[in-house]
Write a protein that binds this ligand. Structure first.
Ligand code: ADP
Length: 500
């Protein structure tokens, strides 16, 4: 019976299936090989009428697949079967089973096409496929990152170009250096002001390129980033430069370099010098005749030169008071021009603060009394400083007369002095009109006067505090101001304590 089937089938199919390189078998419902092609003869050691159980370990699965193919009438496939074939132990086998339509007893025969899948090949392919997918993903990510990077680089380049253009267009010179003192950025103005050579000086040491400025700003060649924030005037190659130096900090607030802004003040300095000279000459020329005018007027008022009628006395007193004001203004202007030209000469000595305060208190007391102000003095008697007594008197007189001037009638003024935190202080406190925060900022500028309804009728030049500050600075001290509008002000002079 089997033999008959075999003959029937092989006669029809033999020429065809020998052409294929796949292993092709005809099996019956029990998986018995009825016929095979030449590839099967070559690769399968088991012969005709062998069972599938001789070919694969999972014989049961084949029988199930045959059953399924028979029931459904279309091909079924079983993958990853383990071969029993020697030499192919590590191989996997796929079998495709299709029911054959034959003239007789068709439901009993199946065409089995076997194909080997190498385990290694399979896993390698899998790995390769996974790798390919990974590579593809990576390529996509890389493309994305590259695109972003290009865009960012372009943006940064655009910003840098803009920044370079701004820096180059600046009227002031700019030089930036790194922590080793080497130049990392500079603009054209700096190049021409500092006489840098034509070629690019980036990377060169600033201390070597411009020792004069480096010395003026105390740029330490061993630690250039430790530079302090400062503004200094430097004369350099017949130029007068204002140099603003400051350290540069990184995000962790570490110094990593320095930046210098250079302003050419040559013309301004020349104008200032001429102005000071003019003021000095004019003031001197005015001062002498004014002194004699005031002297004679005062003499006339004494009556020593003859009787002065009462009607004339009041005019003389106006002339004397205005001559006094004019003399005070001229004195201020002379002081200012001396300070600005560095010609304010001071003679330092031991100054007793109690003497200083008593003197000013007694001199000015009449002014406070005239305005019915309470005027008090509270001074530690054992405090001395090193200073120019006349200049310190001038400063304290200015602060106390301001306190009286800018405090309405009936207010109170207090002078206190002593030492605290290793410093000597003299404080002048008033209950006057006070000064707004915005005005406090400009208080020590020359000719600055607060302009409002309360100050409109109070005379002054706006020079007193400017001069006072310069004098106190020359004593290595400072003037501090606390004030609240309509409440009053406290001006405090702070000076270094005297050491024998
Ligand atoms: P001035 O000759 O105008 O008094 P100062 O330089 O001494 O010049 O003072 C500058 C300005 O500061 C004054 O015009 C005034 O507006 C303000 N000022 C100074 N001291 C006081 C004070 N104690 N209270 C209120 N304002 C003051």
């Amino acid at each position: 019976m089997i033999e008959e089937k075999r003959k029937t089938i092989s006669s029809g199919l033999q020429p065809l299936w020998d052409l294929t390189s796949e292993i092709v078998l005809i099996v019956d419902r029990d998986g018995i090989v009825l016929e095979r092609n030449s590839a099967a003869e070559r690769y399968l050691p088991s012969g005709l009428f062998a069972s599938f159980a001789d070919i694969v370990l999972e014989h049961d699965l084949i029988l199930q697949a045959i059953q399924q193919a028979a029931e459904q009438g279309h091909p079924t496939r079983v993958d990853s079967l383990t071969t029993k074939t020697k030499g192919h132990l590590s191989s996997l086998l796929s079998v495709q089973l299709s029911p054959l339509v034959l003239p007789e007893d068709s439901s009993d025969c199946f065409l089995a096409v076997l194909s080997y899948e190498s385990k290694e090949l399979h896993s390698l392919e899998k790995v390769a496929r996974m790798n390919e997918e990974r590579v593809e993903k990576l390529r996509n990510q890389l493309n994305f990152v590259t695109r972003e990077l290009i865009e960012k680089t372009l943006k940064v380049a655009e910003q840098k170009n803009k920044l370079d253009a701004i820096i180059d267009g600046m009227g002031d010179g700019l030089v930036a250096g790194d922590e080793s003192g080497r130049i990392i950025q500079y603009n054209k103005t700096a190049q021409s002001l500092l006489l840098f050579p034509e070629e690019d000086v980036s990377g060169q040491l600033f201390t070597e390129l411009n020792p004069a400025i480096a010395a003026a700003i105390h740029l330490d060649p061993k630690n250039p980033a430790a530079i302090s924030k400062q503004e200094v005037n430097v004369s350099f190659d017949r130029k007068e430069l204002r140099v603003c130096a400051s350290p540069i900090f990184d995000q962790e607030k570490h110094h990593f370099g320095f930046v210098l802004i250079l302003q050419d003040r040559t013309k301004q300095a020349e104008v200032d010098r001429m102005k000071s000279e003019l003021i000095s000459i004019v003031s001197h020329e005015l001062r002498s005749p004014l002194t004699s005018i005031k002297g004679y007027v005062d003499l006339m008022m004494t009556g020593d030169l003859g009787d002065v009628p009462e009607s004339m006395r009041s005019y003389l007193s106006i002339v004397s008071s205005n001559a006094g004001k004019l003399a005070a203004l001229i004195d201020d202007m002379l002081d200012l021009s001396r300070i600005e030209s560095g010609k304010l000469i001071m003679s330092f000595g031991k100054v007793d603060i109690k003497y200083l305060c008593d003197y000013v208190y007694l001199t000015i007391k009449p002014q406070a009394e005239q305005k019915k102000q309470q005027f008090s003095l509270d001074v530690d008697p054992n405090v001395v400083v090193s200073g120019d007594v006349d200049r310190l008197l001038q400063v304290l007189t200015n602060l106390v007369s301001n306190a009286i001037k800018y405090t309405p009638n009936g207010g109170s003024i207090a002078i206190t002095a002593g030492s605290r935190n290793g410093k000597v202080y003299i404080a002048v406190k008033d209950t006057g009109i006070g000064i707004s925060a915005a005005d406090r900022e400009r208080l020590f500028q020359k000719f600055f006067r607060v302009k409002n309804d309360k100050t409109a009728n109070i005379g002054g030049t706006g020079l007193g505090l400017c001069i006072a500050e310069s004098i106190i600075k020359a004593h290595n001290g400072k003037i501090l101001v606390e004030s609240e509008e309509n409440q009053g002000s406290v001006f405090t002079i702070e000076l270094p304590a005297f050491h024998q």
